[in-house]
Design a protein around this ligand. Structure first.
Ligand code: 1PR
Length: 536
């Protein structure tokens, strides 16, 4: 105690708090980790980023005697900031894995978002808040958006009214932050909310009392913004350097004599650039992850670690997330692989090839074994941390009756005048086609616990002719989890088209950003002009 630049962090080891650490350090503070309940009691400023699911978190806090210490710390009204689950745990109970008892500081029970509102769950993305007076640490947010990712929420009610410092609307009004005296907690992720989020942390870490903004801009709740995601396809070039590359229909080699891997820049530098340019998320796809032993793939982990020091929006990493046995016969579960990525700074992992095998097996047997990568990772880290990346290729057919997979009527007939197509899932970066369609895969992985779908399209990849609207429509109508439309963006109009015509929650692009043809701000400005809400 007494060290003004030290912040005590309660990390009970359930997930990625690396970005919280990075954000605190970026603001110029040292971090002291809680090892025992005593460390909580002697803290002068405590940050509690809750991660994972409610019940396991409470179990750990109870077992380690930390629940009691937390309650007593809060009772003494010492500076406290809870984040995400760190807000929910303050309530009396949660319906997640339960009902399970919480710390009971604030009246109310945390429940799941009401699916009947028709809003996709998990709630993933950027919203503006209805900020009330006296939030103090929220005073610089104003109308700016902050990043949420959760399926459960606390609701305003008379008994907790005095605690509420802001609410947000996602089909229903829920509590986005609480404040009483020195006790603060936020449902959103300040460490992932760009400058707006960093202002919240900064205000909390500076003694917020001496620091009241004269006229805080209070902000109004917004609808969920459509997200724009910059994607970095990463692989080693022939010299062994990790580069950002970009394919044409997944072919990433130059069509020159040398036939080298196209090199569009360095992963960490580009990620930092896209963050500054206003990307709402950054994805790294290790596109040769199916070949390498992923845990031996230290360069990719290093990329994540460095990127997460400077990028304060969500990071997704994909490629090679599956069970495997290394050269020495040591077996790693996909959960261990994912854990390594989370520890290195990823907020979500994206599963490609393995999801296809998992979905095939599930479709065949109808049995959830609980052992698949999707099930294991979502159980420990939550559905919102598991993205399934689909790499489908169009297969034209004369009639929907000719295949067992869901087809759509195509806008442009196939090479033999076919009017229908199904979308065949592939593995190993599009190299191998499997007997399952994008529609069937999406439905299966949602049932198994995926929280989001990254929907590519090999035919459209790198073509700049727009997203495959029919495909995005089909898949976004098939599931209730968010769908990210990917492949084919070539102009700002393609983004408004995909949001107007389909249920996509986000749009991802690579080539146009890498080649600097269309800056991210232009995309956002265009969408905003079209009346589509974005984070500006
Ligand atoms: O199968 O779990 O190891 O994951 C491999 C991951 O790598 C998958 O997510 C797969 O989509 C990706 N991947 C594999 N090979 C390639 C390739 O291009 N040869 N890239 C590849 C996929 C597609 C998008 C691309 C969009 C937008 N890239 O990421 O960024 O199509 O591009 P555009 O805006 O330029 O059209 P596993």
């Amino acid at each position: 105690a007494g060290n003004d630049s030290a912040v005590t962090l309660l990390d009970y080891g359930a997930g990625n708090v690396r970005s919280v650490r990075n954000a605190i350090r970026r603001l110029g503070y040292d971090i002291k980790d809680v090892q025992t309940p005593k460390d909580i009691l002697s803290a002068t400023r405590l940050v509690f980023p809750g991660v994972g699911a409610f019940a396991p978190a409470m179990d750990v806090l109870n077992q380690k005697g930390m629940a009691e210490a937390l309650c007593s710390y809060i009772e003494r009204d010492l500076p406290f900031l809870g984040i995400c689950l760190g807000l929910q745990l303050l309530f009396e109970a949660s319906e997640e894995n339960g009902p399970v008892k919480g710390l009971g500081v604030i009246p109310g029970v945390v429940g799941r978002f009401d699916a009947s509102t028709g809003f996709r769950v998990p709630h993933i993305g950027w919203n503006a808040l209805d900020i009330r007076e006296g939030g103090e640490i929220l005073d610089e947010i104003g109308g700016r958006h902050v990043y949420f990712v959760h399926s459960y929420r606390a609701m305003p009610m008379e008994a907790n009214e005095e605690w509420i410092s802001s609410t947000c609307n996602y089909g229903e009004e829920f509590i986005s932050s609480i404040r009483r005296g020195n006790i603060h907690a936020v449902q959103f992720h300040p460490e992932k909310s760009g400058d707006a989020g960093l202002s919240v942390l900064r205000r909390f870490l500076k003694s917020q009392k001496t620091n009241t903004v004269k006229k805080p801009s209070l902000g109004k709740a917004s609808r969920l913004s459509k997200r724009i995601i910059a994607c970095l396809d990463v692989r080693a070039n022939d010299k062994g350097d990790l580069v950002v590359t970009k394919g044409d229909q997944y072919d990433v080699r130059e069509h020159s004599k040398e036939n080298e891997v196209r090199n569009l820049g360095k992963p960490v530098a580009l990620a930092g650039q896209y963050y500054k340019d206003g990307a709402d998320e950054v994805s790294f796809l290790n596109i040769t992850g199916f070949r390498d032993c992923p845990l031996g793939d230290l360069p990719m982990l290093k990329v994540l670690r460095s990127a997460s020091e400077n990028v304060f929006v969500p990071l997704t990493v994909g490629g090679g997330i599956r069970d495997f046995t290394d050269g020495n016969g040591r077996y790693y579960s996909s959960l261990e692989v994912a854990a390594e990525y989370f520890r290195s700074g990823a907020d979500k992992v994206s599963i490609g090839s393995d999801a296809v095998y998992v979905a095939e097996a599930y479709r065949k047997t109808g049995v959830k074994t609980g052992n698949s990568s999707i099930e294991q990772i979502s159980r420990v880290y939550g559905n919102q941390a598991v993205v399934v990346s689909i790499d489908p290729r169009r297969v034209y057919v004369k009639s929907p009756d000719n295949v067992e997979f869901k087809t759509i009527k195509v806008t442009k007939p196939g090479p033999h005048g076919e009017e229908y197509a199904w979308y065949q899932c592939t593995v190993n970066g599009g190299r191998v086609g499997r007997q399952i369609g994008a529609y069937e895969l999406a439905k299966a992985v949602e049932e198994l616990g995926a929280g989001e779908i990254l929907l590519n399209c090999i035919d459209c990849d790198g073509q700049g002719q727009g997203f495959d609207i029919g495909l995005v429509k089909m898949v976004s109508n098939a599931v209730t989890i968010p769908v990210i439309a990917s492949s084919g963006a070539g102009a700002v109009e393609h983004f408004s088209e995909v949001f107007q015509e389909t249920g996509a929650s986000a749009a991802l692009a690579a080539g146009i950003f890498h080649r600097k043809e269309v800056p991210i701000v232009s995309v956002k400005k265009h969408l905003s002009d079209k009346g589509i809400e974005v984070r500006l």
